[in-house]
Write a protein that binds this ligand. Structure first.
Ligand SMILES: Cc1cc2nc3c(=O)[nH]c(=O)nc-3n(C[C@H](O)[C@H](O)[C@H](O)COP(=O)(O)OP(=O)(O)OC[C@H]3O[C@@H](n4cnc5c(N)ncnc54)[C@H](O)[C@@H]3O)c2cc1C
Length: 483
């Protein structure tokens, strides 16, 4: 069996390593246009901020590791086209310029995503930078050294992390976003208020509710950022306004969403037999709304890449979908979230119940960063009460902490449950009971409180990060058939 993997960051690396282990007789070829694999984009802000000092810390695999597993790892090779009828790819060797074709029995598309670049005046000026790969990370570090005034456009997780790093490096930082709040897609206002206050306390200018119109420059270099409301002096700008799937080479050959994300089923199969896809180039099942969406996260990418390999010959292990779980540290605040925000739930027309708990005890909140407070949602089936989804898990941990739990309570939900990771559940029992009491006061039917233990397991299963435990989080056969 000839397997070709196109692109090798998280989903491609996971697919290659797992396929090499599962199919020792297969001929596995990886084509990657960069000279590295497995780059941790999520470490860019830490690298920029000097927390990660050596660039080695930004990679967890290498072409040599793939080669040692018998994988033909071709770096600096760009796949220029894919023909899914002939099972053929055309590849350009970027070092020599040679163009050649290769054939496959199974193709794994893991081409990922690329930053959205708006078509506005001045976008090509020097020092208007992107933030995605290793080369760009190095450019950001190099250019920021001589920059005094830095603007970041886009107040999602990536932009916000960079702003923190630049502000701690004593730069004058402006964060621009058309939305009225930072991280508005991931967190409700009670949490973004805390984070915004922290940025302001560190001297960051929040240019929120401002629409980017373009840039002005001198001698080809950016000098001003212009919004619909104001103009800012800048030496450097980082564009962080989102990502698009990198799927041009499969256009009109496999089913895609409107934004170009390849539609895959729960076994990572595209609409074409023998063509599979994983990671940022794909759609993913979003559990909270039971719909297909585009949620580019490394956690999804690793999980999907692993599942592609497992399902290559026959559908074996289903993808459990995602809640879009994420965590971020902003100065002293550790914030995590999963599932829908209250605002998004309302926008989706979902009946939302909210419980906010504010506890001022003090010491109890000096907790490790793995703290997680969660609310689960359960649906009764013919056989059992099963977990439908995790709702928002969100905690801002600081001396004076607030923990908000948001539950979405559709008609057929028969129970709600609040749980914590095992390490802290004892400390938080008071809060859990209080929250359950509060939930019962809402206009919802709460008929069953499942055991804390099971929710702790769910929390563990939903939290994603790169470590050796990863395999534990891939659902087993039994888990995957429950839903
Ligand atoms: C700054 C930043 C911070 C992030 N932080 C987090 C975080 O904290 N947590 C989290 O879960 N996610 C985070 N993400 C998102 C995460 O990095 C992506 O979800 C993840 O990289 C997706 O992995 P992937 O392998 O599917 O795609 P990509 O990382 O996009 O990799 C695709 C690869 O395919 C290659 N490629 C594309 N087309 C071709 C072609 N035609 N021929 C050859 N090679 C090709 C590319 O060179 C690339 O190496 C962050 C992203 C960024 C940019």
């Amino acid at each position: 069996m000839k397997i070709i993997i196109v692109g090798c960051t998280h989903s491609g690396t996971a697919a290659a390593i797992n396929a090499a282990n599962l199919y020792p007789d297969a001929e596995i070829t990886v084509y990657e246009r960069n000279d590295n694999i497995s780059f941790l984009s999520c470490g860019i802000a830490l690298y920029v901020g000097g927390v990660v000092k050596e660039s080695d810390g930004l990679f967890y695999s290498s072409p040599d590791q793939l080669k040692s597993l018998g994988v033909k790892a071709h770096m600096e090779h760009d796949v220029q086209s894919i023909d899914t009828e002939k099972n053929e790819v055309t590849v350009k060797n970027l070092k020599t310029g040679e163009v050649f074709t290769d054939t496959f029995d199974k193709l794994i598309a893991t081409m990922g995503s690329w930053p959205i670049i708006p078509n506005i005046d001045g976008i090509d000026l020097e020092n208007v930078l992107l933030c995605k790969n290793f080369e760009q990370a190095n450019k950001i570090i190099e250019r920021s050294k001589g920059a005094k005034n830095i603007a970041v456009v886009g107040a999602g997780y990536i932009g916000v992390e960079l702003v923190e790093a630049f502000s701690l490096d004593d730069k004058n930082v402006t964060l621009v976003d058309a939305a009225p709040r930072i991280m508005s897609k991931y967190l409700d206002k009670e949490f973004t208020d805390v984070a915004e206050k922290a940025f302001q306390a560190h001297g960051v200018k929040l240019a929120l509710g401002e629409f980017l119109n373009g840039f002005k420059g001198e001698d080809g270099k950016v000098t001003h950022l212009i919004t619909d409301k104001s103009e800012y002096e800048v030496d450097m700008v980082v564009m962080c306004i989102g990502f698009r799937p990198n799927t041009g080479i499969l256009k009109d050959q496999v089913e895609m969403l409107g934004n170009g994300a390849i539609v895959v089923d729960e076994y990572m199969q595209t609409s074409v037999k023998d063509v599979f896809a994983a990671g940022d180039c794909c759609s993913v099942h979003y559990n909270p709304t039971d719909s297909t969406g585009y949620i580019p996260l490394a956690t999804n990418a690793v999980r999907m890449g692993t599942l592609v390999a497992k399902n290559l010959l026959e559908p074996k292990v289903r993808h459990m979908g995602t809640q879009g779980t994420s965590g971020i540290k902003i100065y002293e605040h550790n914030i995590s979230s999963t599932g829908l925000t209250e605002a998004r739930a309302e926008a989706e027309g979902i009946n939302v119940g909210t419980v906010s708990i504010e506890d001022k005890v003090g010491d109890i909140y000096r907790l490790p960063s793995d703290v997680l407070l969660g609310l689960g949602q359960y649906r009764k089936t013919a056989h059992e009460v099963e977990i439908v989804e995790m709702l928002e898990i969100c905690s801002v941990l600081e001396k004076h902490a607030e923990v908000t739990i948001i539950g979405i309570i559709p008609e057929d939900i028969v129970s709600v449950q609040i749980g914590l990771t095992k390490t802290i559940e004892n400390k938080f029992m008071g809060l859990i009971n209080q929250a359950l009491e509060d939930i019962e006061k809402l206009d919802v039917k709460v008929t069953k409180k499942a055991e804390q233990k099971s929710i702790a397991q769910v929390c563990k299963g939903l939290l994603g990060s790169y470590n050796d435990e990863y395999d534990e989080r891939i659902p087993n056969e039994e888990d995957t058939t429950r839903r």
